[in-house]
Design a protein around this ligand. Structure first.
Ligand SMILES: NC(=O)c1ccc[n+]([C@@H]2O[C@H](COP(=O)([O-])OP(=O)(O)OC[C@H]3O[C@@H](n4cnc5c(N)ncnc54)[C@H](O)[C@@H]3O)[C@@H](O)[C@H]2O)c1
Length: 254
């Protein structure tokens, strides 16, 4: 098993790619911590992991509330005594466009996509040092690597994540903590529809066909595609990889 005995914390793992990752990490022997605002859904994920013989626990946290987040990370430290893998996955499409964007919407998107991962990392460091090092993964996006004209604020936040990954990778290397990013293309999760209805004409089918035509492998990502990339970055198989932002996009950014 590739994560035998490791403690893995995944934010935003009650749904979508994080949920797929939580299941996969548990299958590979990790003790998985589901960190999410949605308690009902989070507990469903814990149950599905346990049903399959894995180990998982849910912790409720609004990742925009830094005091609550710090408190929960302290409880996780008391409970497990270490964190080996932290996947900062939570995010939001945020507002589209420019003219209609209000300050609170801008702050919300920056907060959930960029600030929350920085502070979750800060609050996890003590536990990762206790583990003697580990792997931190951030979920960015193809929108962090290239222009995203309908998701300007989102693109700025995810571009921030891309460079946060690089800087943290160097900064934390002395602690034997590797830091890498994943840049998914459009991925079939509950969030997908929000990304596909952001252009001015807002026709889901038309937008879907247009964007799909630009994906060389002829399909969108599935949650498991992203979970598999995260497993690789979490495991020792990527032990000499740090500071990388890996597109998982069927060739889209190429
Ligand atoms: N789906 C896509 O097409 C796509 C593409 C590129 C990148 N991404 C990125 O992937 C990540 C999540 O995507 P997904 O498709 O798995 O989403 P999803 O909607 O399936 O899951 C998001 C999870 O985040 C949780 N969450 C939301 N607000 C929270 C908060 N304030 N505190 C704690 N938890 C909160 C939700 O409860 C949910 O469980 C985001 O960072 C997103 O930007 C998604």
């Amino acid at each position: 098993m590739r994560l035998e005995g490791k403690v893995a914390v995944i934010s935003g793992s009650a749904s979508g790619m994080g949920r797929a990752g939580a299941n996969l990490f548990a299958k590979e022997g990790a003790k998985v911590v589901i960190l999410d605002i949605n308690q009902e859904q989070g507990e469903i994920v814990v149950e599905e992991i346990k049903r399959n013989g894995g180990e998982a626990q849910f912790y409720k946290a609004d990742l925009l509330d830094l005091n609550a987040l710090k408190h929960v990370m302290n409880i996780i430290d008391e409970q497990y005594g270490r964190i080996d893998v932290l996947w900062n996955h939570v995010g939001t499409p945020g507002p589209s466009g420019v003219e209609n964007v209000e300050e609170k919407d801008y702050d919300f998107a920056m907060g959930l996509n960029l600030k929350s991962g920085f502070f979750t990392t800060k609050y996890a460091l003590q536990s990762m040092r206790k583990a003697g090092g580990g792997s931190i993964i951030f979920t960015s996006s193809v929108s962090g690597l290239m222009a995203s004209p309908y998701s300007v604020v989102y693109s700025a936040a995810k571009g921030g994540v891309v460079n946060l990954v690089r800087s943290l990778a160097v900064h934390l290397s002395k602690d034997k903590i590797r830091v890498n990013g994943i840049c998914p293309g459009i991925t079939e999760t509950p969030m997908m529809e929000q990304f596909l209805t952001r252009s001015e004409d807002d026709d889901l089918d038309k937008n879907m066909q247009y964007i799909l035509s630009r994906y060389p492998l002829g399909r969108f990502a599935r949650a498991d595609d992203i979970a598999n990339a995260a497993l690789f970055l979490a495991s020792e198989e990527s032990g000499f990889i740090s500071g990388v932002n890996l597109p998982v996009d069927g060739g889209y950014t190429a």
